[in-house]
Design a protein around this ligand. Sequence first.
Ligand code: GCU
Length: 721
Amino acid sequence: MTCIKKNSLPLLALFFVISWTASAQKDYNLWLQYNKISNTQISSEYNAEIKGIVSLGNSETSKIWLNELELGLNAMLGNKVVVKSKLEDDNVIIVGSKSVLTSEIQKLVESDFEKINDEGFIIKSILVKNKKQLLITGKKDVSVLYGVYSFLRWLQMNKSIKNLNITDAPKTTIRILNHWDNLDRTVERGYAGFSLWNWQKLPEFIDQRYVDYARANASIGINGTVLTNVNANALILTPQYLEKVEALANVFRPYGIKVYLTARFSSPIEIGGLKTADPNDAAVANWWKEKAKEIYKKIPDFGGFLVKANSEGQPGPQNYGRDHVEGANMLADAVAPFGGVIMWRAFVYSEHDANDRAKQAYTEFQPYDGKFRDNVIVQVKNGAIDFQPREPFHPLFGAMPKTPLMMEFQITQEYLGFSTHLVYLPRLFQEVLDADTFQKGKGSTVVKVIDGSLNANKITGIAGVSNIGNDLNWTGHPFAQANWYGFGRLAWNPYLDSEVIADEWLRATFSNDENFIKPVKDMMMKSREAVVNYMTPLGLHHIMDTGHHYGPGPWVSNLTRPEWNPVYYHKADKNGIGFDRSKTGTNATAQYAPELQKLFDNLDTCPEKDLLWFHHVAWDYKLKNGQTLWNGMALKYQEGVNQVKEMQDTWNKTEKYVDKERFKEVQMLLEIQYKEAKWWRDACLLYFQQFSGKELPKGVEKPTQTLKYFESLKFPFAPGN
Ligand code: GCU
């Protein structure tokens, strides 16, 4: 029997509290861990090169960068870095924006300033009066802050700082999170707890989380946040809520983050007392103008509105016989005097349109090209259906050369296993960005549409549907933090390689030990293909259970709107499986440039990863590896399961590099992912087998349950719904 001495219980409890706190802190600290540098060579280099900080300027932003530098350097170097008021010694970090630098220093970086835009920064080793110093600067205070975070990241990666010469600047103007947060703090498609925004306690109570949220975003260059759900509530535009929004905007401002809101199109009726929300009605237009004035009076740097109109039941201009252009332009005129923008979403499909859902957004929006006001940017999801594990890029990219289009990615994993599955999304994002639209010949990649370089657009942007909630670790899964991080890094520079981003994130979040980095990075890079394999291989899509989208539901066929039923998407029958979108089917392929149309139309040239997206294919069709479609598909499902098993094996070997809590968390989550990968495999294969009439090939494990069992599973309380 264990004997606990009388006084030892509180001590023991204290020990647990302390170790719990330290561990929980790691979960909370995201990629800003600032671990003490264990590599002695690197730490002595840093200690020799960094003798102090001279911070110039006294804005709120300058206080933030000074705090951050002190925090990061003290923790990583293991001793207190001196903050100096004057430049006397060498090896000092000089931090300040262009306007406060001495003319001597300005001259040294004159040509560097020419290379960067207003948000870009310079990190450079310079000689001032023959003394070696390190300069972090930019044209604006927030650019200096970006430089400071970048410098700290550099140190977190243990890279040499002896001769730094870095210039970096964002390639897009709007780098924004879209929170699908409701005013009651539930989060649509949120899997990390409740909304961060505590509307009841605002504006007086400023939760430290708001500050830490802004800090994390600024550290990766995110400069905007839409606080509210696209399925909007007009109340957010009432004075009662606007003062709460103002309080948040005040917290975010010094971090360079602008606040945006979603605008419910029917607000003039719901909160304005008007009888109509017709965009061509003068009173309606005036109501929005006055509303904009009211908002900008409180929040002078308010970013603008994000609008979901005439989509999935949301009100919009079409309710009054007007079109998207008329609706967007009316709102654009209201915010234009204040420099605001309208992000108008192209996520539309109609219950009255029997056409292939994948074609509808293009059909409706492409003819509007060039008709929107200059301060409208059309926000397009990465694929034409809805954030599936894999979709071909949205055909609108490249097809509206006279209209700025912004990318909408989904960081929250609505269709990718919620916050229980480890899926490294930057891999998916990069695949889309790298895709060639051929709209202006070879090399007209999606990324060039997004950064404006293909069509010389003035406003550019990338939006990510947030995966953040009030969970201790922000994102539910420790590795889902990498998706927030990676989104921000790609929004800043959509040409970055997802593997490089994974490397940065792992080093900043966990450890610099190569024995950890190599296998875990490899695991992250493969995780996206794994989820495609065990959920929707070979171009299958939208076969998740309906409504909540948790788990498989290829059998669902009883919903009123045809395109809400998985059977609409896979079209499995005795002859085969897949959606014929080629010229013999819905001809959705014609929405792509001729080069791609030809490629996708032809079964022999259509990439196999998109096969069943574009074609209905016979069960006996021979895949490139010689297997029949049925066998190949079954083996893909099995491969996905095997890949999760490998992920588990990899993770199990990392125990000595990771703190206990996060190690355990990931281990348990991978266990769930493994169980659910098998569930996906078994449920889908049993269901499709009814049509193929074929045995499972060798190498595919036999299901342990019946199809009936899988069909009977119900999840009335699945999160995020
Ligand atoms: C999906 C998602 C909805 C969301 C919609 C949108 O359909 O399931 O919850 O509202 O996308 O992007 O507007």
